[in-house]
Design a protein. Structure first.
Length: 157
């Protein structure tokens, strides 16, 4: 039985492996993907901005209104629809459709600067601001929520 010299065993251990090109490629692609996601999330500014949420109820069908639909005031987009659900009231045997919207605080300002949309919208509601569904696209039947003043109609909160 022969025993290998000690020096030869050390030489075999010292052989360096070449880095895997596939592994490097996967690492680079992963880093690019993380960078893209980070820019998308933090670049929108929505992460650290408080968006006031309101709930609206509409009589009749909301067919054509989708999550992500714009909320506009006289043609200016000030928010988006975030949730549409169905609420059954067993006592009254009725069904309500709450539509939840978020308003963009950067879309409303005065000469002095930005306003808190939550407080501003509450003030406008007392002055006759109402929401109604409007057709956004005649071909697809998509709806938007249009805010405007309708002082002749009663406020229903």
């Amino acid at each position: 039985m022969g025993v290998l010299p000690e020096k030869k065993c050390q030489d075999e251990i010292m052989i360096k492996k070449q880095p895997s090109k596939t592994l490097i490629g996967v690492f680079v692609l992963g880093a690019i993907a993380l960078l893209t996601v980070g820019i998308t999330i933090f670049g929108t500014g929505r992460v650290f901005t408080k968006h006031p949420t309101f709930v609206m109820y509409f009589e009749g069908s909301v067919k054509g209104l989708n999550v992500g639909a714009p909320v506009v005031f006289r043609g200016v987009k000030i928010g988006t629809v975030t949730d549409i659900s169905l609420r059954f009231e067993p006592d009254a045997v009725s069904v309500h459709i709450p539509v939840q919207v978020e308003l963009d605080p950067n879309s409303i300002s005065t000469r002095e600067g930005k306003l808190d949309p939550g407080e501003y919208i509450k003030l406008l509601i007392t002055q006759g601001l109402k929401a109604q569904l409007q057709l956004q696209n005649l071909i697809t039947g998509q709806l938007i929520i249009e805010l405007d003043f309708h002082r002749d109609k009663p406020v229903r909160l």
